[in-house]
Write a protein that binds this ligand. Structure first.
Ligand SMILES: Cc1cc2nc3c(=O)[nH]c(=O)nc-3n(C[C@H](O)[C@H](O)[C@H](O)COP(=O)(O)OP(=O)(O)OC[C@H]3O[C@@H](n4cnc5c(N)ncnc54)[C@H](O)[C@@H]3O)c2cc1C
Length: 805
């Protein structure tokens, strides 16, 4: 053990060893892993070791596919056998919607380049797994590259390969304390203090405590999980081939062959947390007592699916623990607000995700950014609020118990809600507003026609489709009122505020009294934000964006902060409403006291302080749906008053209250993109059309060299386009492949029905050669092939005249 390493990785489970391996592979070799006991002595030793690519987040599915490809490589690099059983695996559907979902998932696999999967019917499933009762099975998604590994061997293979590249592993040495230093950390261990530049929390079952060592309360908790292993099953003993892995999506179980018997794991509805504050320090190679009563309902379903289970004894029960986050995805990346402290924890499936997690973290540490879009795993997708114990208990419990339960795109889940509500929430609810949740905040979806109205979960257009359609039409005909509390707001002041914005944003910073769309770039030229900047004219600037990106944006802003700049996240202090539609000016005129809001007095993209009703509001003239519109921001305590004022004034003008469902339809009719759909951290301005807003003649902004290179060398190979999709009963979603003949030429980034243009619209990133207006294409909507055609952007009001009237 040396006294200093560049990186100290805390924890020698499969994830810590993968992080160590990837850091070494990418070139950082002055690195050490410190393990409390011996490698694998957390969750890793007793995992079932199964792996498969299927994941609701396609980016994570791709990283799982990467992990699977890695097993042979680490075995070869280390000389350690990983015990690879590439048996193939089938995700089985026995409900019609699930079968549709699997067909859709198959197409998304194609987009992600996962070419080892295909759809299989009931008979083929029976032939592959004769022990299964397939009487109610509708079909499955079979992937040849699924199976299981030996968990000890895999962890040691990562470790061995890392060691060969020069990494150090120190076992039987608990990290006791972390002390921050200006240039890194002192890691206080049982065997002495190690200095380092970076620490990585791979603490697994102890991640909570390793976070608290740096003052971070991470939204992670262990939960119990069972599997059983049977005695020899004679039919299996007689087989030549190993049985495939089965994930029975309606049956709550996963199954694989173990020796000559079966291993059956369960995700029970009656979930149980285990040591929410983290495992005890003296916890060894131990298991929990099995709790058969608690898992009995799911076990019964499993026994029906595999009748042979009723004939043989159970050789071994495993009731172990592993960690969960509110959405079940890992916490990867640099912890916001703590220097050089990285996390790779909360990894629920370390054997199928560990490789991708290790690669992404190593890329972030060494190259400054991951090569794929890992938003779904980024630790900055949560704020401190998510570590609230009750929130964590509810959300992780919900995730665990629904692990194999289908969640429909229009389904609103219950856990951790309502947490944050805007002040007009109750009044809006009384008016019929239905809500979704975003980053802990209740966000308006649409106004239901009656208290009894129930939106049915579906993969297709729901029974709320026409309600949303009416909100869209009324907005374009009269005026729509939308609660904009779910926008983030950051205040920038101080003598260097303008200079800082000029450096951080790639756009021209608006003149006093003006606002503008402002793309933000990384040094690599990749997008970091699709924000709006408001110059209020008194030395105060606002940056506005999406509410759920608050921690992610603040991490970036703080990284680039300078003396002379004061930055505050004021998103919970300031809220608001927007008015949009041809009568919105008339409405605003009825409630303003001291301002000329005519087209001459308050031009498109103007912003200023105006008295609206009783509020001294900050108003911007812009809209997210292409209509004449105003965003009215007020202190949170005045939100309800503003709501009442606008409702009263709007009553005679036919004003309609709308939600985000209408907004999503209206914006796609204008081809306006959204973050994490059309714009992501791995796309560039040239691909997405955000280059239109870049001030290339401006010197010194972050990402300028790369953006100039893209422009001058024409390196953008793809282009964001608008498609008209010949959809029937469902609209495009995202990630569906787009084909020209049999060639895949791109994929959908988002889709919706355009209620006021009467078309199903998709936005898509296509290879440039196929992006011309008029190109005839195909795509898959919920797994069904549909014709699609590239159309000119902004099918609604292409000239943009209506925003400017
Ligand atoms: C019953 C069961 C079945 C499972 N089946 C599968 C499966 O089939 N496929 C799959 O992919 N996953 C499965 N899992 C999940 C899998 O086990 C975990 O995702 C994985 O082991 C997590 O690895 P980790 O490295 O993050 O954490 P851990 O394995 O918990 O490792 C953390 C390590 O950090 C060390 N540590 C903690 N604090 C300190 C400190 N202060 N100083 C030094 N060292 C410290 C610990 O000693 C430990 O070794 C299963 C889990 C269970 C319980």
């Amino acid at each position: 053990m040396k006294s200093y390493y560049r990186v100290v990785v805390i924890g020698g489970g499969v994830v810590g060893c993968s992080v160590l391996y990837h850091l070494a592979k990418l070139g950082w070799t002055d690195i050490a892993l410190v393990e409390r006991k011996t490698l694998t002595s957390g969750s890793s030793w007793h995992a079932a070791g199964i792996f498969h690519a299927l994941n609701a987040d396609p980016n994570i599915a791709a990283l799982q596919a990467y992990t699977i490809k890695l097993f042979k490589e680490i075995q070869a690099d280390s000389g350690q056998n990983v015990g690879l059983h590439m048996t193939g695996g089938i995700n089985v559907a026995s409900a019609p919607e699930r079968w549709e979902w699997l067909k859709a998932a198959y197409r998304i696999f194609q987009t992600m380049g996962i070419d080892t999967a295909r759809l299989v019917g009931r008979d083929e499933i029976k032939a592959m797994h004769p022990l299964m009762d397939v009487s109610d099975v509708l079909g499955g998604l079979y992937d040849v590259s699924e199976g299981h590994v030996d968990t000890y061997g895999t962890t040691h293979a990562y470790a061995g390969a890392a060691r060969k590249s020069g990494a150090t592993i120190i076992e039987n040495n608990r990290v006791l304390e972390l002390k921050a230093k200006p240039d890194g950390w002192d890691v206080v261990t049982e065997k002495g203090t190690i200095g380092c530049e970076h620490v990585v929390n791979c603490g697994g079952l102890w991640a909570k405590q390793v976070g608290l060592m740096a003052g971070l309360d991470l939204p992670v908790t262990p939960m119990e999980h069972h599997y059983l292993v049977t005695e020899t099953i004679p039919e299996i003993a007689a087989m030549k081939e190993e049985l495939p892995l089965i994930v029975d999506l309606e049956g709550f179980t996963y199954t694989r062959q173990e020796g000559k018997g079966l291993l059956v794991g369960l995700y029970e509805r009656n979930f149980k947390h285990w040591r929410m504050e983290g495992a005890p320090w003296d916890f060894g190679i131990e298991l929990n007592q099995e709790d058969i009563d608690r898992i009995a309902p799911e076990l019964e379903i499993g026994f029906k699916r595999f009748p042979a289970l009723q004939q043989v004894g159970i050789k071994r029960w495993v009731n172990g623990s592993f960690t969960f986050t509110p959405d079940g995805n890992p916490l990867v990346g640099r912890a916001p607000g703590v220097r050089n402290y990285w996390t790779a924890c909360g990894v629920m499936a370390g054997f199928l995700q560990g490789g991708g997690v290790g690669l992404s973290l190593a890329e972030m540490m060494i190259h400054g950014e991951p090569s794929t879009d890992i938003w779904g795993m980024d630790i900055a997708r949560y704020g401190g609020w998510a570590a609230n114990r009750e929130y964590l208990r509810q959300t992780t419990g919900q995730f665990y118990s629904r692990r194999f339960v289908m969640t429909y795109p229009n389904e609103q889940l219950w856990a951790g809600r309502p947490l944050r509500t805007a002040p007009a929430y109750e009044a809006m609810t009384e008016n019929g507003m239905r809500w979704g949740a975003l980053w802990g905040l209740e966000i308006p979806l649409y106004v239901a026609p009656s208290k009894d109205f129930e939106e049915k979960p579906t993969l297709k257009r729901s029974n709320a489709h026409d309600i949303v359609g009416a909100e869209c039409r009324k907005t374009r005909e009269t005026v729509g009122l939308l609660d904009t509390s779910a926008f983030s707001r950051y205040e920038v002041t101080g003598p260097k505020a303008l200079a800082w914005l000029d450096r951080v944003m790639a756009s021209k910073i608006p003149a006093p009294g003006r606002c503008a769309l402002a793309p933000m770039l990384a040094p690599s030229g990749k997008l970091r934000g699709d924000l709006s900047v408001f110059n209020w004219g008194d030395g105060t600037f606002w940056i506005m964006g999406s509410y759920y990106l608050r921690a992610w944006h603040m991490r970036w802003f703080r990284d680039h902060l300078e003396d002379g700049v004061n930055l505050r996240d004021i998103s919970d202090d300031w809220v608001g409403f927007s008015l949009s539609g041809p009568r919105s000016r008339q409405l605003l005129e009825a409630v303003v006291q001291n301002a000329d809001v005519s087209n001459q007095g308050f031009r498109f993209l103007a912003c200023r302080e105006i008295d609206v009703g009783l509020s001294r509001a900050k108003v911007g003239r812009l809209s997210v749906n292409g209509e004449l519109g105003y965003e009215i921001n007020v202190p949170a305590s005045e939100h309800l008053t503003l709501y009442r004022t606008l409702k009263k004034a709007g009553a005679d003008l036919g004003m309609v209250e709308i939600g985000f469902n209408a907004m999503l339809s209206l914006r796609i009719e204008k081809s306006f993109g959204l973050w994490n759909r059309e714009f992501t951290q791995v796309y560039s301005p040239g691909e997405t059309g955000l280059d239109r807003w870049i001030a290339f003649d401006k010197k010194g902004f972050i990402g300028r060299d790369a953006a100039l290179k893209e422009r001058d060398q024409g390196t953008a190979k793809r282009r964001l386009v608008t498609l008209e999709v010949a959809a029937v009963d469902a609209d495009s979603s995202s990630w569906e492949p787009v084909w020209r003949g049999d060639k895949m030429v791109g994929y959908i980034t988002s889709g919706a029905y355009g209620h006021t243009v009467g078309k199903s619209i998709g936005m898509a990133l296509l290879d440039k050669a196929h992006a011309e207006v008029g190109t005839e294409l195909k795509t898959h909507v919920v797994g069904v092939e549909r014709k699609a055609k590239v159309i000119a952007p902004s099918p609604y009001d292409p000239s943009g005249a209506r925003m400017r009237i």
